[in-house]
Design a protein. Sequence first.
Length: 284
Amino acid sequence: MLLPLLVAATLSVAATTTDLRDLVTAVGGERVRVTSLTDPRHDPHALEILPRQLVALREAALVVRVGLDHEPWLPRALAGITPRPRELDLSRAVVLLGTETPRLRAERAAHVHAFGNTHYWLDPANARPITARIEEALSALAPAERAVFAENRVRFLARLDAGLARWELLLKPFTGMRVVTAHDTWPYFARRFGLTVAATLEERPGVPPSAAYVAQIVARMRAAGVRVIVSEPAAPAALVRRIADQAGARVVMLAPSVGADSEATDYLTLFESNVTRLAAALAP
């Protein structure tokens, strides 16, 4: 009689973004089943909770979140979940930018970055401390799998480091160049690759810019010789194109999250695609 094979139990994890989903998967491998609670093609800050998200939260042993004011809907969603899953706030794993912003009440306006800029996953080097915290959290839930999680992370970091070296080399000729961004999404990315965000096209988050502000941005771009606007799928395309035309600049579309673009199929291809596109746009 054949004895049944012993199969390790699979941990259910709910991640609030596709980026965190991929990083959890990189560490957990086949030992985890990870669901992203948001669609990267939609505004992740104004999520309307659907039954499938509630099911994912009820089944989850761990909820992995961006933190800060990125998920104002999450406390409401978790309020009715019993027993409540463990939470991992990954904003505590990294050095935040934008913390000098006046601390507004996060619920007063959509996505105001009131406690620091939330887009820290867009510095690929931040994946190192992020995956360290993920490894700790998964190992606490499944101690018998600790060595597997550690080995998975080592393999992922080897691929990440190889990619990072390539991406830095590709953007090195443009060190110090100024860009304008459609939204305040890219400070971590810009810092990592030696670029300067001269301005954003949003006068205030979620509010269309006034004509006076647009004129000011165009004048500043011309004066500083800014020739690239970094846009993203959720940005108002007509406004971005109009400002680019007036300033004599190019528009490059970058993906802010895994799955926001057809080429950004996972965390590493997110940067492969974005860096390649940006280098082409910055070239003379």
